[in-house]
Design a protein around this ligand. Structure first.
Ligand code: ATP
Ligand code: MG
Length: 357
């Protein structure tokens, strides 16, 4: 029987709660399917490890993950550890060496979920945001001088390479081509940023020549926030830089009902290294330990994981189970205006997987 090796990194806060729920759901799918197994190994990397040892993960952490088929990640971050330390010390310390350069974020209004946009329901908002995940504004380049003096200077340098932009653009066009509407919007800020953003525009035009059946257009990022809000059905696949897509995908998650629903995949599309699947939300210490974290984002991420490793039937079954559960307002967690707990939602999804709903 096919066995996949999965690395589980629950991390911090509600990451630990939602990953535990996600593993229960995956177990139920394996049982139901009967055609494959998951060999899950858990890594206790995160802020607690940082406070104990001074490092969020071992120095060779990324290498320890190389032989897995996929990585299932929760969230990282704690109130008493600076955010940039946790981000660079764990998430980016995995994404960058494993060259997970395409961050793919599907956003859709699930059945039973209400968008804050008036009159917008399921079918009116169905996007996939492709975020460049390896360079751009988060390349980590820059510095500070004259600290504390009136003349202090800080620079934060965006790095865009032709190779980096071309490969994300190609991934976005390929993804757009695989979707029914074959529609791509390339987001930049090329009116104000004359170098990197203009190169993005140029490379988009070049790559588009290889995808004659994809309709594409360009948007400035500021205008894009307006279009997402006022005309969501005009969009389908969206590609943007690391920073722009980070912001746009939080907006997208909110417009689709809650950040507690939104999944993400950090892909190495060529499959040279394992890809990583996680909810887009953070560790959310304000609700940690209360048992009310919405596990749907993590379940959806688990479905993307199954699709990626080559179990599309199980992936579809999980998505169907999620939609059966979201359609019932009694099974909504507080972020969706309901009173259900993480456990209650998890049990309901497992029941739907087993076909007893
Ligand atoms: P980060 O610093 O990584 O962004 P965070 O702790 O700020 O993490 P966010 O993910 O940004 O958390 O979430 C913002 C708020 O949204 C949280 O404080 C929480 O109240 C709510 N939230 C996030 N995820 C969930 C979830 N899965 N279920 C319910 N509420 C959530
Ligand atoms: Mg946040």
């Amino acid at each position: 029987m096919k066995t996949y090796r999965i690395a589980s990194i629950p991390g911090d806060g509600i990451g630990i709660e939602v990953v535990a729920a996600g593993l229960c759901v995956l177990e139920a799918l394996v049982e139901r399917d009967g055609g494959f197994r998951l060999d899950v190994e858990t890594f206790d990397w995160g802020s607690e490890r940082y406070k104990r040892t001074g490092a969020l993960m071992p120095e060779d952490g990324a290498d320890q993950l190389r032989d897995f088929d996929a990585i299932f990640f929760g969230a990282v971050g704690a109130p008493d550890v600076p955010d940039h330390l946790t981000l660079w010390g764990l998430r980016l310390a995995i994404c960058q060496p494993l060259d997970q350069y395409a961050n793919v974020r599907p956003t859709r209004i699930l059945p039973g979920i209400e968008s804050p946009l008036r009159g917008v329901g399921p079918g009116d908002l169905d996007w996939v945001i492709v975020r460049e995940n390896s360079e751009g504004e988060y390349a980590g380049q820059g510095g500070r001088s004259h600290r504390g003096l009136p003349g202090e200077v800080a620079t934060e340098v965006s790095i865009f390479t032709r190779t980096g932009v071309e490969r994300i653009m190609r991934h976005a066009f390929t993804l757009a081509q695989s979707r029914p509407r074959k529609l791509l919007t390339v987001v930049t800020k090329s009116n104000a940023q004359r170098y990197g953003m203009v190169m993005w525009d140029e490379i988009a035009r070049e790559v588009s020549a290889d995808f004659p059946d994809v309709t594409w257009d360009k948007m400035l990022v500021d205008a894009m926030t307006v279009r997402m809000t006022l005309n969501p059905s005009s969009l389908d696949t969206i590609v943007a830089t690391n920073l722009h897509a980070d912001i746009l995908s939080d907006l997208a998650a909110a417009l689709a009902g809650s950040i507690g629903i939104a999944p993400t995949a950090n892909l190495n599309p060529e499959r040279r290294t394992p890809s990583m699947f996680e909810p887009i939300h953070g560790s959310a210490f304000d609700i940690t330990g209360k048992g009310i974290a919405n596990p749907v984002a993590t379940f959806w991420s688990a479905s993307m994981l199954l699709q990626h490793i080559g179990e599309p039937d199980a992936a579809r079954r999980l998505m169907d189970a999620i939609e059966t559960v979201t359609a019932n307002p009694d099974l909504h967690t507080p972020d969706l205006g309901g009173t259900a707990t993480t456990d209650r939602v998890t049990e309901a999804v497992i029941a739907a997987i087993r076909g007893r709903n």
